[in-house]
Design a protein around this ligand. Structure first.
Ligand code: 9MR
Length: 498
């Protein structure tokens, strides 16, 4: 049963999304891409984010946390014990950690090291439990001066235009003061003033300088859900957005040679499965003769040493428009998912980038919500994509409620999966009906360590039975089974011990 509150949210979401779509002009500018032929269900065929042992990482986790947006100190709600619980209850290995520009650079050119230290402390909490942390320069609706979060007040130019609070919040992207703040940031309106994008790039470089040697950090998400203000569609993504990304990548590489740089498309449209105009970006690392490659491409412009990852968000339009994953909406959501996958894979190929679903999520009380989450996880596995579910804030979208008791989402996210694969993954899949996890990969020279799979207690209470592979070790506490690797192709099937 949906609660009255849920129903209200749906209705508001419907109005918001339609108005926003029309405001953005995207339906006209880009148009939905047909579902076309379904891509092959295999995790192979693209580049992988690797750990220090050269193993392909299957990143699975949550964003931490929406609460950081409003917090005066910019810190998420979590304490160290919450990280311990997250690891124990979900066995995740990834977290997308929200940063706020307003906290990094509280006044022009001044960087707050106390804030960065507090972030580093939390990164350590995760690192000590085996997590990889993606530092996400987050914004919604530009910044607090215009009703959002992210940008400092000093970096918010409205030229006297106002922004009123909206419901749903996404509608605020069309408020005049917010549009102008973005236009001032991108430098797409007449008039002088500070070089705001230069400051933003400087703030990112400062974050990277601070975390350059931190092995827990996997990379930086250069901007959450970019919005073009009055410039939209490919004109925005191939123009001001691509220029900002390139400048940020170049600046970060002057202080940090190795961490991954995650880029997002303009959110409205891409989140639903529409095409993105984001062009290929250059990573100076690819031209650095000292940089390690992954053997997945040629050096130079197509360099296998480039470390740019693609991190689009996934919020299918039919759900934004008020549906759950049920009835006639289900078929529409499925079509949206197919279009999203097709577009994402196309863009990832253009960028030469591995894919991480930077966000997906929904109110877990919506009809069919759990089937949807299961379906997205399966899609991520088939694509060989990582994901960060939105979000870990206790409440109706999370695996835990306000009292930190498990919601119905928790058992769905607590799913058997490989975490690190010692070579090139070919495919991996959890078959819930047969209770079998299959993982196949090609061993690769230079990769150290075994393939690690996590077998949650709810499915593997007595551990796993391994067929077709060599068991190296089993840690009942972390529930991680390590499988031997070596040259050649490996194909392993793991079922619960009787
Ligand atoms: O879930 C978040 C909601 O509580 C906030 O009011 C809103 C505005 O800050 O942001 C929501 O989180 C969004 C995230 O920041 C960006 N992607 C979509 C998320 C869900 O709407």
């Amino acid at each position: 049963m949906k609660s009255p509150a849920t129903r209200r949210t749906w209705a508001r979401g419907a109005v918001g999304a339609v108005v926003l779509a029309v405001a953005a002009g995207l339906l006209v500018a880009v148009g939905p891409q047909g579902a076309g032929a379904a891509p092959a269900d295999t995790a192979s065929g693209h580049r992988w984010i690797t750990d220090r042992q050269g193993r392909a990482l299957v990143l699975r986790g949550l964003s931490t946390a929406s609460s950081a947006k409003q917090a005066p100190d910019g810190m998420p709600w979590i304490e160290e014990k919450d990280v311990v619980r997250e690891r124990r209850e979900l066995g995740t290995n990834f977290v997308r950690f929200l940063l706020q520009w307003r906290k990094v650079e509280p006044s022009p050119g001044t960087y707050d090291r106390t804030y960065l230290r507090q972030v580093a402390e939390r990164v350590r909490w995760y690192g000590e439990r085996g997590y990889h942390v993606l530092l996400d320069m987050h914004q919604d609706l530009y910044g607090p001066r215009v009703g959002g979060n992210g940008a400092p007040v000093w970096a918010t130019g409205t030229d006297g235009l106002a922004s009123a609070p909206t419901d749903p919040w996404e509608l605020g992207y069309a408020e005049p003061g917010t549009v102008r703040a973005f236009d001032r940031f991108w430098g797409t309106v007449e008039g002088g003033g500070r070089d705001l994008r230069g400051h933003y790039v400087g703030a990112l470089r400062e974050v990277a300088r601070y975390f350059a040697d931190d092995d827990t950090v996997i990379g930086y998400d250069l901007m959450n859900e970019p919005w073009g203000g009055s410039v939209q569609g490919p004109a925005f993504e191939a123009g001001p957005l691509a220029r900002l990304y390139q400048d940020a990548i170049d600046a970060i590489r002057t202080v940090d040679r190795d961490h991954w740089l995650f880029v997002e498309p303009s959110a409205i449209g891409s989140n639903w499965g529409f095409a993105t105009g984001l062009p290929r970006l250059d990573d100076p690392r690819a031209d650095d003769p000292r940089a390690d490659g992954d053997g997945g491409g040629e050096r130079g412009r197509d360099g296998d040493a480039a470390r740019i990852a693609y991190a689009p968000h996934l919020y299918p339009l039919p759900m934004d428009l008020g549906g759950g994953y049920t009835g006639s909406t289900k078929g529409q959501v499925d079509r949206s998912l197919r279009a999203w996958r097709e577009q994402t894979e196309k863009t990832a190929r253009r960028l030469g980038a591995p894919v991480v679903i930077g966000e997906f999520g929904l109110d877990v009380g919506l009809p069919g919500a759990m089937e949807y989450v299961e379906k997205v996880q399966r899609m991520a596995d088939d694509m060989g994509a990582g994901f960060a579910y939105w979000s870990n804030d206790p409440g109706t979208w999370a695996p835990w409620d306000a009292k930190l008791r498990p919601t119905r989402l928790l058992p769905v996210l607590d799913r058997p999966a490989p975490l690190a694969v010692a070579g090139d993954p070919i495919a991996y899949r959890w078959d819930a009906e047969r209770k079998a996890l299959t993982v196949s990969w090609r061993g690769k020279a230079g990769v150290r360590g075994g393939t690690e799979v996590r077998l949650p207690a709810r499915h593997f209470s007595k551990g796993g039975r391994v067929e077709g592979g060599v068991r190296q070790s089993w840690d009942p506490k972390s529930r991680i089974l390590t499988l031997g690797s070596g040259p050649g192709t490996h194909s392993v099937r793991i079922t619960p011990h009787a």
